[in-house]
Design a protein. Structure first.
Lengths: 772, 357
């Protein structure tokens, strides 16, 4: 036995009480910390801030607002909006939204905003005013008729009033930093205010309130995430029952679960200690930590139980389990930890957080399940029924004898051929794995969720959505007075509007053309950009910089393109077209920069996710390979572990293609996490096998021994955890449902990979050993 | 679709089939039928023109279904405002005093005139025969061609001006250069030129309505007592002429008197659309009025409040006028009647409406 392990074993087991007390104190402290943990969501966390597009976004955020929009559509359920109740409600909603902390008050727009004005052409010039006049009285039908006419004149049907005149829109933008506290905005608090103060207060039999935007979406995800606790409880209960059937001992059921829960508590506590919160999107990480903990815990009780059944004292059995599993378990957990840490290279805040959360969680399992668990086990008194279970070896070994045929010549070759075919099919499917969101609405939520229903309603009734991209046109000061610049912007916009997926566009140029027609008695024949500079100035000066179409010296003018949806393909087509078409118009003094607006952010995120996909896999597998090489000191052993893992991760991508789950910020880490889950099985099996192989056994014999020693624990863990996560398909979050499917797949198929494919590959690699 | 069209354009220009200035060819756009369209002409092929030099032609002659129109290559990328077809010829005009011509009824076009420095749009074009025609536009801009539109000569027409302006011009007549400069500044926009059998009409800015009986060489202003702009004079089947303009104003132009017709709409009326037995008037905000010719001459003495737009709520429409219910909201610039359909060119593109009896 490794002298180093022996040394640690002595140290730990000679001070058992001390170890338990230290853990107890740490757990109490961290449990307290964990109780302080807050759900924490932020818009910028989801953004690759160093991406080229986002640099443009940040640069111009002050002038043109961000992409963190809130759209509130107030609808009358029974009639058109022109009634007293509706206008009173709309005014209240406008005021309420205006006063929510964190709302950029200068950008709250609705019929009641002073910036909502109309103009009309009369003999000899313009006439105009606010759409809702100062003397507006909602109880006077004539007053409502005036507003109705003003709305027509203002041309805001489709933007502020729905096409069917049953809804009106209030829009706002959120700041990043709260102006009152100077702290980053508490998005979840805003979400709950939107729900309580707007919908809660104003939705009734007559009026419905539809709210969309990032803050509302993440709020709904966080609400759904509360169910996650229930699903965790279910998963823990299922695991507990299964573990009991596995070991027939209440105490041995309790200990690995308790140690795994301790690991979760430590992880959550450490998050608070290091100043992080829990993002709703990372909510499944604690469960992963629990699952990985259980996987190692079961190995531990299995190793001990087997020894104890042979009549060895519980304490010595525990010591034995400790020393025999410290290396393989440690290697597996260390490669998980390092693998998860590599996610830090992805430059998106939320993935970095996930990397820290997950790697911290896995690292603490080394302490709780490889160290604390055997120490606690050494205090246990085992009943006879437990010992009996392990005495029933003959029946079990018959099964293992059959399974060990995986390492027999014919079957091994068959398995490798089938695996190869699966790999080929998986790789083929995986190329069709889409980046980004594949469906309209918020992909984290079910299609029939309130949020997505609201999204569909707003997209249906209005011509605007939250799905827009702003191309920022940068030019010289006063550029908007120059025909060439304005005309270039105009032509760019027209060509973009002709790209499939673009619904409509707006820019200073397109507005200036309409203003120019306005100056010519509203005659559309004059709806063109004037060459004459002073005429151009006259047209442009009608557009205030609060419109978001120009900055104060009009050196920067965005072209806003409204899109049909934010599916990955749509974004891709549009971004490609922007890059291509803008080249036709770019000069030294005129550049078209991508991008702002929610879809601009998504485009950047999609590009960042796509760019991270391969490096992430290289790093995760790199970490696994290096640690396997160090611990097994064998290329063949390493290959036997890594090849099945890799095949499974490719198959997982194929499954994502098949289930139409796009690769996004929230699903990107799943493959890496899956590798972390899967590597345990292989390492446990192979660590026994490689000792046997070194001792001179042929592959099949070595494998049979490994199965007898570790097989039941591997098989058991895979099935148990798969059952646990499969309950997630009933989750109210689409995101959790997707994860449930993917993780079930990972747990099961990685287990099968370790039991079926690993020995077959090992058989082929150690080809010369069975000639003996 | 788009790629295919561009490549067709590229092939055409490679083969030298496209018109002279390949660089000016307008972009063949999938959304062209939803873009700002401003003028339409009836002829062997029906031709529609609009912003960015867009030209649409119906490929099969005769019918006017929106789906039969296709974009053809244009030698100009400026906004085209009006088009006129006659036999195998068609002419279109637009911003930058642009004039383009087609000798195959609208399928291919050549650029005849473009003057960006002038910075004035032409707004209307009319041909008396295959040789002689006129083009008119902003600030009294007026051109005549006598060679089928191959070359154009500018003309000034003080006859269209109000008596006051004419008095002023008379006073500076001696300094010819100054006279011409002033004429080009005080002249009103000429929005539309149209003709009955013997009379040429111009509808223009600030109450301008004028007639000519010598192909537009001399003009006589009609004193209508209204200072708002007119956008079209339509010649009805029974040779009645109908002037339409700003804020729903409409007048029947008779030899000695002008009869105001109360429409009870407040948006600009842009165009009179006629066929053998139907008359429609179309305007901004998707307004379409149906005109009953038989009732046009009915007594209007019962005090139609033609000039009080503020009191529109209590307005009584003239018996000849009825408002057609449509779901259009864009400004309608013109149209043609084909069988039971009305094909309209609007600020939001090409629209079709079935005419209900």
């Amino acid at each position: 036995m490794n002298p180093f392990v022996k040394k640690i074993e002595n140290m730990v087991f000679e001070n058992r009480m001390a170890v338990v007390i230290v853990f107890l104190i740490a757990t109490v402290f961290l449990a307290y910390q964990a109780s302080l943990l807050k759900l924490d969501a932020g818009f910028t966390k989801n953004i690759p801030l160093n991406h080229e597009f986002m640099q443009t976004y940040i640069k111009h955020q002050e002038n043109f607002g961000g992409a963190n929009n809130i759209l509130v559509s107030v609808c009358d359920k029974n009639q058109t909006i022109y009634n007293q109740n509706f206008f009173d409600t709309l005014k209240n909603v406008h005021d309420q939204l205006f006063f929510i902390e964190g709302v950029n008050r200068s950008l709250v727009v609705s019929l009641f905003a002073p910036s909502t004005r109309f103009t009309e052409i009369v003999e000899g010039g313009f006439s105009g005013g606010p759409v809702i006049p100062a003397d507006f009285n909602s109880s006077d039908p004539e007053s409502l008729q005036i507003v109705r006419k003003n709305i027509d004149k203002a041309g805001i049907v489709g933007r502020q009033v729905s096409n069917d005149s049953r809804c009106a829109m209030v829009t706002a933008q959120l700041l990043d930093i709260s102006p009152e506290t100077g702290e980053p905005l508490d998005t979840l608090q805003i979400a709950s205010k939107l729900e309580d103060q707007l919908r809660g207060q104003y939705e009734n039999e007559q009026t419905s309130v539809h709210i969309i935007g990032f803050a509302k979406m993440i709020g709904d995800v966080a609400d759904g995430a509360k169910d996650v606790l229930m699903f965790f409880a279910i998963a823990i209960a299922i695991t507990a029952i299964m573990v009991y059937f596995f070991c027939k001992s209440l105490v041995l059921t309790f200990l690995p679960l308790a140690c795994s829960i301790v690991a979760v508590v430590w992880q959550l506590g450490l998050l608070t200690v290091f100043g992080f919160g829990m993002d709703p999107m990372s909510i499944l990480v604690p469960f992963l930590v629990f699952a990985i903990g259980v996987s190692h815990g079961v190995q531990m009780i299995n190793a001990m139980g087997k020894k104890a059944a042979k009549g060895i004292s519980v304490k010595d059995s525990a010591r034995h389990a400790f020393s025999s599993l410290l290396i393989p378990g440690g290697v597996a957990l260390l490669s998980d930890t390092i693998g998860f840490m590599t996610l830090l290279v992805i430059d998106i805040g939320i993935i970095k957080e996930l990397a820290i959360t997950a790697s911290m969680g896995v690292a603490v399992i080394i302490l709780t399940n490889l160290l604390l668990l055997p120490v606690l086990m050494s205090y246990v008194k085992l009943s006879d029924s437990h010992k009996e279970k392990y005495a029933k070896e003959p029946k079990e070994s018959k099964f293992w004898l059959m399974v060990s045929n995986c390492a027999s010549p014919k079957i091994a070759i068959g398995i490798v051929v089938v695996t190869g075919a699966l790999f080929a099919w998986g790789s083929y499917q995986a190329q069709y794995l889409k980046i980004g969101d594949l469906h309209a609405g918020a992909p984290s939520l079910h299609e029939d969720s309130r949020y997505n229903q609201d999204t569909f309603l707003i997209t249906d009734k209005f011509e605007i959505t939250v799905d827009y991209i702003s191309v920022i046109v940068e030019a010289t000061p006063e550029a908007c007075t120059r025909f060439e610049v304005m005309s270039a912007i105009d032509e760019f916009q027209w060509k973009m509007e002709n790209i499939p997926g673009v619904q409509s566009g707006i820019s200073l140029s397109s507005v200036a053309k309409k203003v120019n027609a306005g100056y010519n008695e509203g005659n559309p024949k004059w709806q063109a950009l004037p060459r004459n500079q002073s005429t151009m100035v006259q047209a442009v000066s009608q557009v205030p910089s609060s419109s978001g179409l120009l900055n104060s010296d009009c050196s920067v003018m965005p072209v806003i393109l409204f899109m049909e949806d934010h599916k990955a393909e749509t974004i891709d087509t549009v971004v490609k077209a922007i890059k291509e078409i803008s080249q036709e118009y770019e000069t030294d003094e005129l550049t078209f920069k991508l991008a702002s607006g929610p879809v601009g952010v998504m485009a950047a995120t999609n590009e960042a996710v796509e760019a991270s996909q391969d490096p992430m896999l290289y790093y995760v597998f790199g970490a696994v390979i290096i640690l396997c090489l160090i611990s097994f000191r064998s290329i063949r052993a390493t290959l036997s572990v890594v090849i099945p893992l890799y095949v499974v991760s490719v198959l997982a991508q194929a499954l994502m293609t098949f289930l139409e789950i796009g690769l996004t910020v929230s699903t990107l880490p799943v493959i890496a996490l899956g590798v972390g889950i899967g590597v345990d099985y292989g390492i446990y099996i192979l660590s026994t096998m490689s000792q046997r192989l070194k001792a001179g056994d042929d592959v099949q014999t070595a494998y049979l021994e490994a199965l007898k020693e570790r097989g039941s624990a591997v098989l058991f863990t895979g099935i148990t955890l798969a059952i646990g996560v499969s309950t997630w398909v009933f989750s109210s979050l689409k995101f959790q449902m997707d994860m449930g499917i993917l993780l079930t797949f990972m747990f099961l198929v990685n287990m099968l990979g370790a039991i079926i494919v690993l020995p077959a590959i090992a058989f082929l690699l150690w080809f010369n050993s069975h000639k003996k | 679709m788009k790629v295919k069209n561009i490549s067709v354009a590229a092939v055409l220009s490679l083969l030298g089939l496209a018109t002279a200035n390949a660089n000016e060819l307008s972009f063949i756009a999938p959304l062209v039928k939803e873009s700002l369209l401003l003028g339409v002409s009836e002829g062997k092929h029906n031709v529609i023109v609009g912003e960015r030099g867009h030209i649409l032609v119906n490929q099969t002659t005769g019918d006017a279904f929106a789906e039969n129109f296709r974009q053809v290559l244009s030698p100009a990328n400026v906004t085209l405002t009006d088009v006129f077809s006659l036999n195998n010829f068609a002419w279109a005009v637009g911003h930058d005093a642009t004039i383009i011509k087609s000798s195959d009824a609208g399928l291919t076009w050549t650029l005849v005139q473009s003057d960006p420095d002038l910075d004035r749009p032409l707004l209307s074009v009319y041909f008396f025969d295959e040789k002689e025609g006129i083009a008119a536009g902003a600030y009294g801009l007026f051109y005549r061609s006598t060679n089928g539109g191959d070359s154009w000569v500018q003309e000034g027409h003080p006859g269209m001006l109000s008596p006051d302006d004419n008095d002023y011009l008379d006073s500076i007549k001696d300094d010819e250069a100054f006279y011409l400069e002033e004429l080009s500044f005080i002249s009103p926009h000429l929005n539309k030129v149209s003709a009955s059998e013997n009379t040429l009409y111009v509808a223009g800015e600030a109450g301008l309505l004028a007639t000519s009986s010598d192909k537009g060489k001399s003009w006589k202003r009609i004193d209508i007592g209204y200072q708002g702009s007119f956008f079209d004079v339509g010649i009805l089947p029974n040779e009645i002429s109908l002037a339409v303009g700003l804020r729903g104003h409409m007048f029947v132009l008779a030899t000695d008197e002008q009869l105001p017709i109360e429409t009870c709409v407040t948006t600009s009326l842009n165009s009179v659309i006629t066929s053998e037995n139907k008359v429609f008037v179309a305007g901004n905000n998707g307004v379409i009025l149906s005109i009953d010719i038989q009732k046009l001459n009915e007594d209007s003495a019962n005090a139609y409040d033609t000039f009080d737009r503020a009191n529109i709520a209590n307005c009584k429409r003239h018996p000849s006028v009825s408002l057609v219910n449509t779901d259009f909201s864009d400004a309608i610039l013109g149209g043609i009647i084909s069988n039971d359909r009305l094909l309209l060119v609007t600020a939001g593109g090409l629209k079709t409406m079935v005419i209900e009896e």
